[in-house]
Design a protein around this ligand. Structure first.
Ligand code: ADP
Ligand code: ADP
Length: 230
């Protein structure tokens, strides 16, 4: 079935239209790459999927985005509940200045979870899923800021999946990383595929070909081609 359904979606920043008539149906458990030149609207579209753009003045949207049967821009939507269903990973790894453990369980703490066993289990599960457990299991109490860039990005992925979202949104997750760390993230995306529906913004065509099932090509705010990656 479809995990995400974007229908006749348009977006304006003030008078400037940044997205035109976007239509996409994204299958559960698939990896979709959004590709296109700088400024074509990739991040804008990705950010609509968890309403990260909400605080921008003068933002106007028209159309519909559904995650499951949840209408993202519907009336009275609980944005906090929405964001729990949509994990997000950014271009620059952004661990908080706290321990590795505290970073991973942060979304649960925000949610009011205090039970030690639940936090411990989530921490281990998320770090295992992010292919980081073996590297950090003996130093969970150390600051996340002492990790390498690639480890920090996998930590951010662990934090992004800690609250067990349906969708994982990734905004150029490798562009601040070296080639080896990039390869590890790409392998990780393969492992996460199936468990999560993944939407990844990239401007690297080879990366899109390596990691995705489907590719959407954007240009000047339009989705000009969308279909199987190969
Ligand atoms: P990147 O190419 O790495 O995404 P950008 O320079 O495009 O970086 O954007 C950096 C930040 O500035 C983003 O949060 C984006 O939403 C915002 N931004 C981009 N273009 C504009 C603009 N014309 N006016 C205001 N904010 C913008
Ligand atoms: P991409 O991710 O493909 O580089 P963006 O989604 O960042 O593209 O930007 C799409 C267009 O919207 C660009 O023209 C950019 O300048 C503009 N834009 C992005 N963020 C903002 C913002 N916060 N305010 C105004 N314009 C913006």
């Amino acid at each position: 079935g479809s995990a995400l359904d974007i229908r006749d979606f348009n977006l304006w920043y003030g008078k400037s239209q940044a997205l035109h008539d976007i239509n996409m149906e994204i299958q559960k458990g698939s990896v979709t790459a959004l590709i296109g030149p700088s400024g074509c609207g990739k991040s804008t579209l990705l950010r609509c999927l968890n309403r990260m753009n909400d605080l921008i003045d003068d933002l106007r949207i028209d159309g519909q985005i559904q995650v499951g049967d949840f209408d993202i821009y519907g009336p009275g939507v609980d944005v906090i509940a929405l964001r729990k269903r949509m994990g997000m990973v950014f271009q620059k790894p952004n661990p908080f200045a706290m321990s590795i453990y505290d970073n991973v369980v942060y979304p649960l703490r925000v949610d009011g979870v205090t039970k030690r066993s639940v936090l411990d289990e989530t921490c281990e599960r998320a770090l295992r899923s992010a292919a980081l457990w073996d590297e950090v299991k003996d130093r969970l109490k150390e600051s996340a800021l002492g990790m390498s860039g690639g480890q920090q990005q996998r930590l951010c992925i662990a934090r992004g999946i800690a609250s067990d979202p349906e969708v994982l949104l990734m905004d150029e997750p490798c562009s601040a990383l070296d080639p080896i760390a990039t390869l590890k993230i790409e392998e990780l995306i393969h492992q996460l595929r199936g468990h999560y529906t993944i939407v990844i913004v990239t401007h690297n065509m080879q990366q899109a070909a390596r990691v995705s099932d489907n590719t959407g090509f954007m240009y000047l705010g339009r989705l000009i081609e969308y279909g199987d990656t190969n």
